[in-house]
Design a protein around this ligand. Structure first.
Ligand code: IMP
Ligand code: MG
Length: 172
């Protein structure tokens, strides 16, 4: 199994900068970035620093859902591992994931956050795969839209490999 470059580190950095500008314009006042571990960790780290350049002042939280494990296919309903961040009641939240595929992970995370009576919710993903959607979920901001391919790098993995890569590639 190898990896073929799809988006370079420079292309990702340029998109992150644009996304941060859009977020700063879209979300008024203070808000909390909630990243989904582990995939969104690298994206969130770059996004929050771009948000600073865009004039936003986000807080940062993370939550973790069960993952694909070693497979490329999503396995049923994702489950929460650990806790939903505390004290989000009434807060504006930007939920951030690395990839939206079937929509189950983002949909479930959004549902968990709404249970906590957050104020408003926006969603952002670095990569959207609209063709793969099985569950309707609102994606407010997406960095890249791609077809039905499996990618890794820049935080995203294939069987825990490739997360450290500065670029995103197609696994195959
Ligand atoms: P969904 O729940 O089917 O939308 O899948 C979303 C989650 O699965 C994301 O949080 C990713 O971590 C992971 N995922 C989906 N597609 C890919 C991929 O192409 N490469 C790596 N991880 C993926
Ligand atoms: Mg994930």
């Amino acid at each position: 199994m190898g990896i073929r470059p799809l988006f370079t580190a420079d292309q990702i950095a340029a998109r992150v900068e644009v996304l941060a500008g859009q977020i700063a314009m879209t979300i008024p006042g203070d808000f909390v970035v909630v990243g989904l571990l582990k995939g969104a960790a690298v994206f969130v780290a770059d996004l929050v620093r771009a948000l600073d350049r865009a004039g936003a002042v986000p807080e940062i939280e993370f939550m973790r859902l069960s993952s694909y494990g070693l497979a490329k296919e999503s396995s049923g309903t994702p489950r929460l591992r650990g806790e939903v961040p505390a004290d989000l009641s009434g807060r504006r939240v930007l939920l951030v994931d690395d990839i939206v595929d079937t929509g189950r992970s983002l949909g479930h995370a959004a549902w968990l956050l709404r249970q906590r009576r957050i104020g408003s919710l926006w969603t952002c993903t670095l990569i959207d795969k609209p063709e793969r959607r099985e569950v309707a979920v609102a994606v407010d901001l997406a960095g890249f839209r791609i077809g039905d391919v499996f990618v890794a790098g820049y935080g995203t993995d294939y069987a825990e490999k490739y997360r450290h890569l500065p670029y995103i590639g197609i696994v195959g």
